[in-house]
Design a protein around this ligand. Structure first.
Ligand code: SF4
Length: 455
């Protein structure tokens, strides 16, 4: 605690702060970790995030809301990497039939003890009206959100109680007072905000023949590029995800020395920029394709080369009972037990894309509700047990997982997950991913097999 003032002072020296990271206010706005560099975006979402940040920071009217408030922005029509639909407000950058830029607005999503996917209250909002509309949403919530019960104070409870349609009507009524007023954002302001996110000094690069040759000669490199590297919108560059999911290390953990080494990699390979992901990994967003073999070799030394992004062992795991005083159960040993059972990467790849998320209590920091497989630590008469849910998704097809049934002992968890996955392997159709199979067959076959074998 004594070090905190110094830490804050050092953060301030590099333009970072912890203001509004706690309290019943609008928290930090989040977006895709590949924002501005990934192919296929409608536009870079960061200027929109910056607009929301400047509006919400120190906003005097919204400094004491009924409860905390989180906003996420998505700009990719095919992928949602920011779990946007389970935020208090989800802002989706869209274009209408006339090609005009605007936003689709969802409200009332969230996890925790009442998990809900948000509801659309506006299909298309002209871009200049974003702040006036968000102001209207916040005003309705500030006025009518419950302040008598902390567990019923989030906007999702209000939206559910009123129904999304009635909530939307109230927002539209408030918005009428604000539309066209001083909260209107002129295009020049969007341009000013966009100027904070200028592209680094990209070179004009030919397709890398060197990389193709290196991949052909080294199957390990080839596999890593296939799994952990994402297509960049600028030819000759690549987006690299550093996997912090090595078995035996708590998911997402990195030492100060490793962090220094990664900062050095960022300087040498990615214009000095490093990004973090809510899936607990790190990203170098602007790597020359010709540098990928050298970067891969350096990541190998650091242990961040595990080629498991998007697969079972890339587990999201909260700190749980090892560190968190709110926990009902430990999370980290469960992640490790599952990773140890699935050490063979070929077996992991055969299972296809799977999100497995673990939380140590119903606060759901590990996003277990939206894991294709979710694990929740529960307390049963002082003992640690684990509830499994299936069929969640944090993407554009967001859904809350269904609870499989009675909870399991810690020692059985790796086997339980194996039974779930074997059920999938038996039932899947050619090329069908876990989530698609689950949605086709439902929970019953999983339940039957897991509990039959548990008896
Ligand atoms: S989910 Fe619960 S146990 Fe895990 S970090 Fe959050 S509050 Fe702590």
């Amino acid at each position: 605690m004594a070090d905190v003032p110094e830490i804050l002072a050092e953060l301030a020296s590099v333009e970072m702060h912890a203001i509004q990271t706690s309290g019943n206010c609008i928290r930090n706005t989040t977006t895709d970790q590949f924002a501005g560099v990934v192919a296929g975006e409608i536009e870079d979402p960061r200027p929109t995030c910056e607009l929301i940040r400047q509006w919400s920071t120190f906003h005097p009217e919204f400094a004491f809301l009924p409860r905390k408030f989180k906003i996420a922005v998505n700009a990719h029509p095919d992928v949602d990497r920011a779990a946007t639909q389970v935020h208090d407000i989800g802002v989706f950058i869209v274009r209408n039939a006339a090609g005009e830029r605007g936003y689709k607005i969802m409200v009332g999503g969230g996890l925790g003890r009442t998990p809900i996917v948000g509801s659309i209250i506006r299909d298309f909002l002209p871009h200049q009206d974003l702040i006036a509309y968000l102001d209207a949403v916040l005003r309705v919530y500030n006025l009518h959100g419950r302040r008598d019960n902390k567990y019923k104070a989030r906007i999702k409870i209000l939206v559910k109680a009123l129904t999304p349609a009635v909530f939307a009507e109230q927002v539209e009524a408030e918005f009428k007072h604000l539309q066209g007023g001083p909260l209107t954002v002129p295009d020049a302001e969007f341009e000013r905000l966009a100027s904070f996110f200028t592209a680094p000094a990209y070179e004009t690069l030919p397709a890398s023949a060197e990389l193709a040759a290196a991949r052909a000669a080294d199957p390990v490199l080839d596999n890593w590029v296939h799994r952990n590297v994402t297509t960049h919108k600028v030819p000759g560059y690549a987006i690299v995800t550093l996997s912090l999911k090595k078995t035996g290390i708590a998911p997402g953990d990195i030492t100060a020395e490793q962090m220094e080494a990664v900062a050095d990699l960022a300087d040498r390979y990615s214009f000095g920029e490093l990004r973090s992901t809510h899936e607990q990994n790190l990203v170098l967003a602007d790597v020359r394709q010709s540098d990928l073999p050298a970067l891969h070799a350096e990541l190998k030394v650091l242990g961040f080369d595990t080629a498991n992004i998007g697969f079972l062992t890339n587990i999201i795991c909260c700190p749980g009972g090892d560190y968190c005083s709110l926990a009902n159960a430990k999370s980290i040993p469960i992640a490790e037990a599952i990773q140890r059972r699935y050490q063979d990467l070929e077996e992991v790849y055969d299972l296809g894309p799977i999100d497995l998320n673990i939380s140590g209590c119903m606060n759901a920091c590990g996003h277990h509700h939206v894991g294709h497989i979710g694990i929740l630590g529960v307390d049963k008469r002082g003992a640690e047990f684990y509830q499994v849910s299936l069929g969640g998704s944090a993407g554009h097809d967001a859904s809350i997982g269904d609870i499989l049934g009675p909870s399991f002992d810690a020692g059985d968890m790796a086997e339980v997950i194996e039974e779930v996955l074997n059920t999938y392997l038996d039932l899947r159709q050619p090329g069908e991913a876990f989530l698609a199979t689950y949605r086709r067959v439902g929970i019953e076959p999983f339940k039957e097999r897991v509990y039959a074998n548990a008896d």
